[in-house]
Design a protein around this ligand. Structure first.
Ligand SMILES: *[C@@H]1O[C@H](CO)[C@@H](O)[C@H](O)[C@H]1NC(C)=O
Ligand SMILES: *[C@@H]1O[C@H](CO)[C@@H](O)[C@H](O)[C@H]1NC(C)=O
Ligand SMILES: *[C@@H]1O[C@H](CO)[C@@H](O)[C@H](O)[C@H]1NC(C)=O
Ligand SMILES: *[C@@H]1O[C@H](CO)[C@@H](O)[C@H](O)[C@H]1NC(C)=O
Length: 664
């Protein structure tokens, strides 16, 4: 009887086209699941959990055992060609208890339209807090339904034993692609007869590579699973932070993986820093320290920063944590102010203070704060203000009622990425002195991504130029304090967006036309693209009909709303209107929900433009991430290893090598 259904299952699993859109469980195309799955690489000694699942679909196209999952499954692990040993014995842990639950899913869009979900019963076990301390190849074998087997091939990589870099500074331009860097260069750096007279700092880094961002179970990634890959060396599923997404309802019981920040804390004992222009519980900073299947669990994520994953649910012992990063700078005050969005409703500023943190709320306090203590800097509710709004349109900072203290005033004195990063370096530098441990920091230009989602290209490029300015200032600062030669600087992104520039648009002509097709004639392509209208050409000055600009300074555009604006488009967009003009009143909202609940053109966005029909499901009101590889720039000790084309998980292993994490 069983042999027959197993054969069916095997046939189906070689032809899983039906599982493209909706998967029973990502990363597990079989009825038996092993997490970490096949093709996983570990760092020697890195902590991880194992989650096993045996599925019994009750109905749908692939039923099993009358909907009763095999509870007698076995699981063994072998190193090299050795004998496969029962996993509890192999790892020297207690046999875990059997867990059971059910879930349901839609097999495809037809099933969803019909409301016909497939029910699945599950038998499962989880092994917690494991390590593999001998390098080499391993096989983990799950046997179930008398004859079925799921095999995971694992490699335990040994990092370099000799430490090259004392400090590691990882810059992430969230969503940043080479097309955006090129566009930012165009608007901020002058060219004469086709030759740039100055370059981006990123253009001047010593080593350049490309990383592939493909996630565990989808070729498009989000910021949670991509950050998981960058910091743990493991592929993961969309939305997951440092865990393998399982099918259970609990977001905190999934198999966890130790991160580079936790390793730096545990193995080297040095200070770690987390800086972002986003809500500080957002995915890219969160993935340094938090473990959850659901990146939106902001209060628990903040709690994990201070007290580790075990504090969220002590059932799942997790032996390693960031133990309160030494620097936590960003937005998202709503998760600290006592109330429904803070952990346990507590005043989390006070909780941090009780753990020895200095707390600052604006740039003035940031500049003044001493460098000897751990420091929490929360500068606004929600995501922090964008560079353009702080520097060119400061009136947009008013009437936001986003003060981080929660007193209802406006957060008008917010630091930029540069101010936060330079101060963070000083604090980390002071705090590592006693033991000369060096430090680890991640600094994220988060709103390149957030503004690209909103198709607000100008704001996104402003954030990108601020990142570049931050890298430039960081290099100068590290030289000044004598740490440049000791510091590995890596600049990369987590994923891309399908953005590119294809010409110039005469915004004056465009606005003067009433017909959509005529408006499109305002776009100059090829030779009619002309030259950048954002930088001052030799012998000309900005005219007085342009914006009154503030403190942009070198390496930023001289003006943001020239008559001849760059014409850019997006590979994946909702219905919207395009007029190529800077959004002077604040971040763009390209589409809004109409009476039908579907996203339609926002009637007040780019009012002089023409309609561009969307390429996305009407449920999407913003642009989405895209497939392309992203660049990796590196300077300093260990930087050479970042040349070439590799996977996002390799960034973790390259950093581990630079830190010589194999020496202990
Ligand atoms: C599976 O069974 C449930 C409960 O009877 C039903 O609601 C659902 O539509 C079924 N799904 C399929 C794919 O047949
Ligand atoms: C911890 O996880 C267990 C198992 O999923 C669950 O039953 C329990 O409610 C969780 N505890 C908390 C505090 O969330
Ligand atoms: C530019 O316009 C502003 C505002 O209308 C005005 O105050 C300023 O004097 C003008 N500057 C020049 C150089 O004409
Ligand atoms: C194009 O966009 C307009 C405005 O939102 C909308 O009414 C129309 O249905 C769209 N066409 C398609 C094919 O989606």
């Amino acid at each position: 009887m069983w042999a027959a259904s197993v054969t069916v299952a095997l046939l189906l699993s070689t032809n899983v086209a039906f599982a493209q859109t909706f998967k029973r469980l990502g990363g597990c195309p079989r009825l038996g699941c092993v997490f970490p799955p096949d093709q996983t690489d570990f760092l020697v000694g890195q902590y991880f959990d194992i989650r096993l699942e045996v599925h019994a679909p009750v109905n749908g196209t692939e039923t099993a055992n009358g909907g009763v999952p095999d509870e007698k499954f076995t699981f063994c692990v072998q190193r090299g060609k050795g004998a496969c040993t029962d996993a509890a014995k192999f790892f020297g842990v207690k046999e875990p208890a059997l867990e059971k639950w059910s879930f349901s899913y839609f097999e495809d869009l037809f099933a969803q339209d019909a409301g016909a979900s497939t029910a699945v019963n599950v038998a499962s076990k989880a092994y917690r807090g494991l390590r593999l301390t001998t390098p080499g190849t391993y096989q983990a074998k799950l046997k179930y339904y008398s004859g079925s087997e799921t095999v995971a091939n694992w490699i335990v990589r040994e990092p370099a034993k000799k430490r090259k870099a004392k400090n590691v500074l990882l810059f992430i331009g969230d969503g940043m692609t080479q097309a955006m860097i090129t566009a930012a260069r165009l608007i901020a750096h002058k060219s004469v007869n086709g030759r740039y007279q100055s370059l981006m700092q990123m253009d001047q880094m010593d080593y350049l590579g490309h990383q592939m961002t493909h996630s565990l179970d989808s070729f498009i990634t989000d910021s949670a699973n991509s950050a998981t890959s960058l910091y743990t060396g493991k592929k993961a599923s969309v939305g997951a932070l440092n865990v393998y997404a399982d099918s259970s309802p609990n977001s905190f019981d999934d198999a966890k993986i130790e991160t580079i920040a936790q390793l730096f804390r545990r193995v080297i004992g040095g200070p770690i820093g987390m800086v972002s222009t986003a809500v500080i519980a957002d995915a890219t900073p969160a993935a340094l320290c938090a473990h959850t299947r659901d990146r939106n669990q902001f209060p628990q994520i903040i709690q994990e920063y201070l007290d580790g994953a075990s504090s969220v649910n002590s059932t799942f012992n997790w032996p390693t944590s960031c133990d309160g990063p030494d620097v936590v700078f960003g937005g998202g005050a709503e998760n600290f102010i006592a109330g429904p969005k803070s952990p346990g409703g507590a005043d989390y500023y006070k909780v941090f203070q009780a753990k020895g943190y200095n707390v600052v709320y604006n740039n003035k306090e940031l500049q003044k704060v001493a460098t000897d203590k751990k420091t929490l800097g929360i500068f606004s509710k929600s995501n922090m203000a964008k560079w353009i709004d702080r520097n060119v349109y400061p009136q947009n900072l008013l009437n936001q009622k986003n003060s981080p203290t929660g007193d209802g005033t406006d957060a008008v004195d917010q630091p930029g990425l540069k101010e936060m990063t330079l101060k963070a370096i000083d604090i980390l530098q002071t705090r590592q002195k006693k033991k000369n441990t060096g430090w680890f920091m991640m600094s994220e230009a988060a709103s390149i991504d957030k503004m690209m989602h909103a198709l607000d290209y100008d704001r996104a490029l402003g954030e990108l130029l601020e990142l570049d300015d931050t890298i430039r200032a960081t290099i100068a600062h590290l030289k000044k304090i004598g740490e440049y030669e000791n510091t590995l600087i890596v600049v990369t992104a987590d994923h891309g967006h399908g953005f590119d520039v294809y010409g110039n648009a005469d915004t004056t002509y465009l606005a003067a036309q009433t017909d959509d097709r005529k408006k499109r004639n305002a776009i100059g392509v090829y030779e009619n693209a002309g030259l950048s209208g954002y930088t001052v050409a030799e012998g000309s000055l900005p005219t007085n009909d342009t914006v009154v600009y503030g403190s942009e300074g070198a390496n930023f555009p001289v003006q943001w709303n020239p008559r001849y604006a760059y014409a850019a488009g997006f590979g994946a967009n909702p219905d919207h209107r395009e007029g190529y003009a800077v959004n002077q009143k604040g971040p763009r909202v390209p589409a809004t929900k109409g009476s039908t609940g579907e996203n339609e053109v926002n009637p007040v966005d780019q009012a002089s433009g023409f309609i561009v029909n969307g390429t996305l499901p009407v449920s999407q009101g913003q642009g989405v991430h895209s497939l392309q590889d992203v660049s990796v720039f590196a300077n300093g000790p260990g930087g050479k290893a970042f040349r070439g084309v590799y996977n996002n998980i390799d960034i973790f292993f390259k950093i581990a090598d630079a830190l010589g994490l194999g020496s202990k």
